[in-house]
Design a binder for this molecule. Sequence first.
Ligand SMILES: [Zn+2]
Ligand SMILES: [Zn+2]
Ligand SMILES: [Zn+2]
Ligand SMILES: [Zn+2]
Ligand SMILES: [Zn+2]
Length: 380
Amino acid sequence: IEIEAGIVSMIRTKLTIEDKSRYAIVTFSNRQNIEIDFDEFTPEAFEEALYGIELSPSNVANINVGLNAAFECLVKNMQKLAEGKQFRIIIISSGDFEGKGKKWEELVAISSKVGINIDAVQISQAFGHESEILQAIAKKTMGFYYICKSNADIESILTELAPGREVAGEDSFQTQEDRDMKGLLEVIAADLNTLDEGIKTIEDLKRIVNQDDDKFKCGICHSPDCMFCKGPAFSCGAFCPACGRFFHQHCCAGWAESQKDTPKNVFKCPVCFHLLKVPGAVHRISVLKENLIERQRHPDKIEVKKFNINEIGQAGAFKFCAWCRNVFNPQEEIFNCPNCGSFYHQDCMDKMTDKTMNRCRVCGAPFSIRGTAGGIQRIV
Ligand SMILES: [Zn+2]
Ligand SMILES: [Zn+2]
Ligand SMILES: [Zn+2]
Ligand SMILES: [Zn+2]
Ligand SMILES: [Zn+2]
């Protein structure tokens, strides 16, 4: 009860300093459990979850399991991060735990690199090696380490922990730590959902092809056609995995490049602020623009290669021909514009090139074609 009261006092104090703070509770013994996650946080829900925890003294706790769970929980939340937020883990340990396997050392190394402070509060003086581990964790991550000598200590020590360390200011923006942080953002950013993951029904298929549905207007350029590759919604569309908002992948790439606080291929969803990654296959917009200029200078240069739709697996079932707007047959040999990613039937490509309209119908990139006419190379 002293521990719970101490934690409640700490949270209340923290909220008077910084009312946007969010907390999660992770308990661990031989397995871990997230009692309340950041999303569910309100002071009331937190207290209810806290007083509902039943710790079983018969289970041996493992610090590796516990720290790993807390770390995962925090990293998930960091995808929705706001600038200047301080990330902390507070370990409150009241008994023996195992620290074999040294996984905690790995987590501590990452934490110190990306600026997660880990505070350790030891509630008992009875343990030796465990104290050393807790001290090492706090020291390496610039956290605080305390031993509570009596029950009366618990509340005052935990309350003292509330303010935490000073958050680094604007002037540290270009430090090594900042660059390391950007490296981590790349690791923790979530992948966009592809069209086949986001379009589940025939109704949705019709809506995206019809081009006049608000659901398939991009959350960045507010249009069904991509502002960069000029393709329709289904040529480079994708979805935010957190809020489901539709975007063009090229608009995401352009948005990511314009953001100063994230790596060049990482951006925050403009709708829900979830941290997202531009797919590796999408050209950086600056490169796309350079390519377009280069192609205007040398219009014969862009090569469109034939490949089997089977090569892109399940996703193939959701691709359309940009010329006739029909789907493809399984195993069909098709063409793919290397500039905007649009797909074409072989027949449609032949019709286009016969009529000397040898440009991508979607993005206007001029084509020369390889691998047609029974494997004999033909350059149009
Ligand atoms: Zn767009
Ligand atoms: Zn596009
Ligand atoms: Zn979103
Ligand atoms: Zn076609
Ligand atoms: Zn194209």
